[in-house]
Design a protein around this ligand. Structure first.
Ligand code: GLP
Length: 254
């Protein structure tokens, strides 16, 4: 695992954008795995800026998002479909047919999971997967006690996740209780992974991910076994890491 520690949330997004943009320059038809949440917003903002200023070209890029709430229509403002269009896809030149998210309204979630996995396989697999992390060290919506061998599947959200995501809804009761998410196996099959984390609320999850045992109780800890992972943090999210784990520190820069 490579670790990059930055001095701010914006700088975290910039470092991540450099990696994603580099991936697209080297392989214009890259397949990207994408995440929602507050964390990757600085990454998306930066990629939009690179597209606008130096013409980073997304026309051959294909994307697969990690997850979607079950029961959520794609045009609902609370859906991850909506979120991705609002914060990223509507601002770049990606072909609409190259955008993929699992359907939260499919009749049969097991069949939807298989369909999603088939589409990823047909696209040639994920070249670069972007991840955020939950306070309980979830990735995608793979909550503690996850099965590491799972592919895209229906998941029940943890109470902690429901509480954390309530900020996006009017009332906590409105947060869906289920989602469809890429599984840990889907994520582990990506050729490269970058995981972003920002803020003190993520420090414990980050510490468990990097320094703890590999355990289903901290789903992101499985990334210790992935061959090409870069963890990009702001200093608050890195606060509980021991000094000796520090890879690259980027302080007071840019
Ligand atoms: C959500 C998403 C994850 C995301 C995480 C953290 O529930 N399913 O993909 O990484 O929670 O969200 P945030 O970045 O808003 O803290």
């Amino acid at each position: 695992m490579r670790v990059i520690i930055t001095d701010s949330y914006e700088r975290m997004g910039l470092e991540a954008a450099n990696i994603v943009a580099g991936q697209i320059y080297l392989k214009p038809d890259s397949v990207l795995g994408l995440a929602t949440g507050s964390t990757p917003l600085s990454l998306y903002r930066r990629l939009i800026a690179v597209h606008e200023t130096v013409g980073l070209d997304f026309s051959s890029v294909t994307t697969f998002n990690l997850d979607e709430y079950i029961g959520m229509e794609p045009d609902s403002p609370h859906s991850y479909h909506y979120f991705m269009h609002e914060h990223f896809f509507d601002h770049i030149n990606i072909a609409p047919e190259n955008i993929h998210l699992p359907s939260g309204t499919a009749e049969d979630m097991a069949a939807e999971g298989r369909r999603y996995e088939d589409m990823i396989a047909k696209a040639g697999g994920i070249d670069l997967q972007v991840l955020g992390i939950g306070r309980n060290a979830h990735i995608g919506f793979n909550e503690p006690d996850v099965k590491f061998e799972a592919t895209t599947h229906k998941v029940a959200l943890d109470e902690e996740t429901i509480k954390a995501n309530a900020r996006f809804f009017d009332r906590e009761e409105d947060v869906p209780r289920y989602a469809i998410s890429m599984g840990i196996k889907t994520i582990m099959l990506a050729r490269r992974v970058i995981l972003l984390a920002s803020g003190a609320a993520k420090a414990e999850a980050v510490s468990k991910t990097l320094c703890g045992s590999v355990t289903p109780k901290a789903p992101a800890s499985i990334l210790q076994l992935h061959q090409d992972v870069t963890i990009i943090l702001d200093k608050e999210a890195a606060a509980l890491l021991p000094k000796e784990i520090y890879g690259v520190r980027i302080d007071n820069y840019g």
